[in-house]
Design a protein around this ligand. Structure first.
Ligand code: SF4
Ligand code: SF4
Length: 359
């Protein structure tokens, strides 16, 4: 079964009843891939995203019409390798035995005997990646399940920078890569290009910038249509209501009937953001930063807050200060990023202003 352009994220499902209805509606629309994880909407062993997905797939032939993807990782959800094994959440999975336990837990919650995809999850650093591939580790656990016919494909889910992602993909292990991608965060386009050239499907998470881009109707439409216009990119939308599923179907149809080029979409989106002040495009060419800062990602939040007056961008930025890549306070103003910026932006000055208004 070929992956549809729009696919189903289950991280934001509101409750069991709505989840079941909206998942079935989405599958009826042809959105034929479900991404879930042990931690998503985890309230108890029986009330969580995996269990709700499982219930949605019980009726009729929904299971036959949808690909199911689950995941767990060696990390702790952040930048470190997990110090302890957290089976319920799927974190700190560092041995093949741990993998088997989390894998079985997911199958039990889903009520399935096999799934289609498995992702190495929260793999943000090379250290977390290498932990997965050590002898007796995560990957050996995956291979055992694959040999037993309980899973077919391997993917990776990551927030790492483009170069690190390309290094993951060069291993040849992965058939899909799930990464953050939207019109205000294009820092990983090199990785998208590499994946496309090597037959690896790209799954774009955060297509609406965690919901920020949805605060303006036309911008929301353009954000989704931009990803629709990119070859080999699939939009992972974390649905919260049936109305959002209907909207996604409308986007799919509108994009087909009235196609726009990615360049035209970006141009119009930039006009809506509406300032002639030079803005970071999130291209990522200024990396690496000696302080490990994700300059384009940080300035994505800055753009939303400063140009669109989206207050939640500021809140979100403050919420991810656990992640060193967004810890703008660590910037030393060394100027390396500025010297590499192809847009010739006064990056140090912008970062200084971002620091003043975002914290
Ligand atoms: S100026 Fe700041 S963000 Fe830019 S490279 Fe130096 S430390 Fe990193
Ligand atoms: S600061 Fe410049 S090089 Fe860095 S991401 Fe933004 S536009 Fe690209």
């Amino acid at each position: 079964m070929e992956l549809n352009k729009i696919i189903i994220g289950t991280m934001r499902l509101p409750n069991r009843e709505t989840a079941v209805q909206l998942i079935r509606k989405a599958i009826d629309y042809g959105f034929n891939y479900l991404d879930t994880a042990p931690l998503y909407r985890l309230q108890s062993a029986t009330e969580n995203s995996e269990a709700w997905v499982g219930e949605a797939l019980k009726a009729g032939d929904y299971r036959e019409r949808a690909l199911v993807s689950i995941k767990c990782g060696t990390g702790n959800g952040g930048m470190k390798v997990g110090e302890k094994f957290e089976q319920e959440k799927g974190f700190g999975v560092r041995t093949a035995e741990d993998f088997a336990k989390v894998f079985q837990q997911s199958l039990d919650r889903l009520g399935l005997s096999q799934v289609d995809y498995y992702h190495l999850w929260v793999c943000h650093t090379m250290e977390q990646y290498e932990e997965a591939f050590k002898p007796g580790g995560w990957y050996e656990g995956f291979l055992k399940e694959k040999a037993a016919g309980r899973v077919r494909h391997l993917g990776i889910t990551t927030h790492a920078d483009s170069n690190t992602i390309i290094n993951y993909l060069k291993s040849g292990h992965f058939e899909t890569v799930t990464l953050p991608l939207n019109i205000t965060n294009l820092t990983r386009m090199e990785a998208v290009k590499y994946a496309s050239e090597h037959g690896i499907k790209v799954i774009a998470m955060n297509p609406l910038g965690g919901g920020f881009l949805a605060s303006n109707e036309r911008l929301k439409e353009l954000a989704l249509r931009y990803l629709m216009a990119l070859d080999n990119v699939h939009l992972l939308i974390g649905f919260t209501s049936e109305a959002e599923v209907d909207y996604a179907k409308w986007i799919e149809e509108t994009s087909r009937q009235n196609p726009m080029s990615p360049e035209a979409i970006l141009e119009e989106a930039n006009q809506i953001i509406g300032s002639s002040e030079p803005r970071c495009t999130g291209c990522g060419y200024c990396l690496p930063c000696p302080q490990k800062l994700e300059v384009g990602g940080i300035l994505g939040y800055y753009n939303l807050y400063k140009f669109l007056n989206i207050e939640s961008a500021k809140n979100q930025f403050n919420e991810i200060q656990w992640d060193v890549r967004y810890k703008l306070k660590n910037c030393t103003s060394c100027g390396l990023c500025e010297s590499r910026c192809p847009n010739q932006l006064p990056v140090r000055q912008i970062l200084k202003h971002a620091r003043e208004i975002l914290y």
